[in-house]
Design a binder for this molecule. Structure first.
Ligand SMILES: C[S@@+](CC[C@H](N)C(=O)[O-])C[C@H]1O[C@@H](n2cnc3c(N)ncnc32)[C@H](O)[C@@H]1O
Length: 365
């Protein structure tokens, strides 16, 4: 059925295909209720151990103090998956005597149902919103884990010195890629300085969707922090001439696959995050950039070792999970944490405790 729809809509840019394959209400991978986890296609930090969310709760508390304990302080999460991050943060905050309202932005009823089940004990504290635009004006913390890598991207390729966009033609089970002239000037603008350095046949991605999120947040967040955790690179690294096939990657049953047309709607399709873009968008929409470092040093600097003692029994399995969250072989190096803020009272550039060990923000300039 999905293939019939794709054939009917053809030709379409790759970005439209990725949007449909992940988010079409009936056929999209996420819209159909897929969440990360052992039973899913891939694992994310919140599924690894509750110490991840518990440690991030310390970032929430730091923001609460920084904002001078506002009465209406809230936590906002987008792309909450199965709800584990929310659960582990709320559990730890409750252990410390805090009960902040928690807003989840979740477009899909089936995923909301999943989260409601996970978060049953915090039912009274949580509100769900279908879209960023439905959020009330708030102060507090917006956070997301692996949200930006799940946004649809434009696929571009260099041929004989010129840059083209990949469009797709679906016919039955077949899909044909073709090169079309780029129509969005923003695509060219983003990669212009790098194109002359690329070899012929170089292929990469450009994400235009991230801006919608910053625009919406700038309209809804009065004061607070944005805490963004994802895998990606600073732009010069993202568009390095050696990265000839870009960063597009698919996940199916815990295996990676490089063919985004394999089982449309049944595999996860992702692209790494251009963190320089998020730095620029923050500036464009009135946020200041405060810290950028890898997940390992960030969690260590926040104090994951102490939190680990509080929330785990220290079993072999617990320790393996901790290693997975902080060590380079796990998520400690591939994943980065970017913290941005706005109107933080007297302290325009507060020293956040997650960046005491390392702050590599200058990589994004
Ligand atoms: C890779 S999953 C990550 C789930 C979870 N944060 C985790 O770490 O396990 C990405 C999620 O982002 C959601 N998502 C993508 N765009 C969104 C948007 N504009 N608003 C809310 N959720 C969105 C997808 O539906 C999906 O559930």
């Amino acid at each position: 059925m999905f293939l019939t729809l794709l054939e009917k809509l053809s030709p379409i840019p790759f970005e439209t295909y990725m949007e449909l394959a992940l988010y079409h209400p009936d056929y999209g991978y996420y819209a159909r209720g897929n969440v990360p986890g052992k039973d899913g296609d891939f694992i994310t930090s919140p599924c690894v151990h509750n110490v991840f969310g518990a440690t991030l709760a310390l970032q929430i508390l730091e923001a609460y103090e920084l904002l001078n304990r506002p009465k209406n302080f809230v936590i906002v999460e987008a792309g909450a998956g199965a709800g584990y991050l929310a659960l582990d943060m709320l559990n730890y905050l409750s252990l410390k005597g805090y009960q902040f309202p928690y807003y989840i932005i979740e477009p899909f009823p089936v995923l909301r149902a999943h989260q409601e089940e996970t978060l049953i004990e915090f039912k009274g504290q949580i509100s769900w919103f279908k879209d960023f635009k439905d959020l009330p004006i708030f102060e507090g913390v917006f956070l997301c884990n692996e949200l930006f890598d799940a946004l649809p991207v434009h696929l571009v390729e260099k041929r004989e010195g010129e840059l083209f966009e990949i469009w797709l033609e679906f016919k039955g089970n077949e899909v044909t890629e073709r090169l079309e002239k780029i129509t969005e000037p923003e695509i060219l603008k983003r990669v212009q300085p790098y194109v002359p350095l690329w070899p012929d046949g170089y292929r990469t991605e450009v994400c235009l969707k991230a801006e919608e999120i910053y625009k919406a947040l700038s309209q809804k967040m009065k004061r607070g922090l944005l805490v963004i955790i994802d895998y990606g690179y600073p732009r010069a690294d993202y568009y390095h001439p050696g990265r000839k096939r870009g960063t597009l990657l698919c996940y199916y049953q815990h295996k990676t696959c490089e063919n985004p047309y394999f089982k449309p709607g049944h595999i996860d399709i992702t692209a790494h995050v251009d963190f320089t873009l998020l730095r620029e968008l923050a500036e464009k929409y009135g946020f200041i950039n405060l810290g950028f470092t890898q997940q390992g040093p960030y969690l260590a600097s926040l104090g994951i070792d102490k939190v680990f003692q509080e929330v785990s029994e220290g079993s072999f399995k617990d320790k393996e999970a901790l290693k997975m969250l902080v060590l380079p072989e796990g998520f400690g190096q591939s994943h980065w944490v970017l913290v941005q803020g706005r109107f933080l009272g007297g302290q325009k550039f507060p020293q956040l405790s997650g960046f005491r060990f390392s702050n590599r923000l200058k990589l994004l300039y």
